[in-house]
Every structure is written in C-alpha cells, then in structure tokens.
Design a protein around this ligand. Structure first.
Ligand code: ZN
Length: 53
C-alpha cells in the first residue's frame, strides 16, 4: 500500500512548493494545509514514487 498527498482541488500529486514561507500547491496555488488529501494506493507501481521527492 502506497500513500501520497494530493491536492483536492486539482488532483496534483506533486510536492507543494514554498511560496513566501507558506506551502502551496505547486499547480493551482491553493494553501497546502487546506488542499492536501492523503491518497492510498494498493498498486505496487507507486512503490518508487517517493524517489521523485
Ligand atoms: Zn492544486
């Protein structure tokens, strides 16, 4: 089971970026604390996903 954070507004699964000290979605710019949702996958294909961080 793999887990990763995803933006609930734009389904962006890329890590958030730092914008003036605030973490925001790297795609739509939403506040990450508000926008992030934890997604769980059974698929083993996501095993090496964290290597991209
Ligand atoms: Zn977003």
């Amino acid at each position: 089971m793999a887990k990763y954070w995803e933006c609930k507004y734009c389904d962006n699964s890329f890590p958030p970026r730092n914008f003036d000290g605030d973490m925001v979605c790297s795609k739509c710019g939403a506040e990450w604390e508000d926008a992030k949702v934890l997604v769980e996958y059974d698929d083993d294909e996501f095993e090496d996903f964290e290597d991209e961080y």
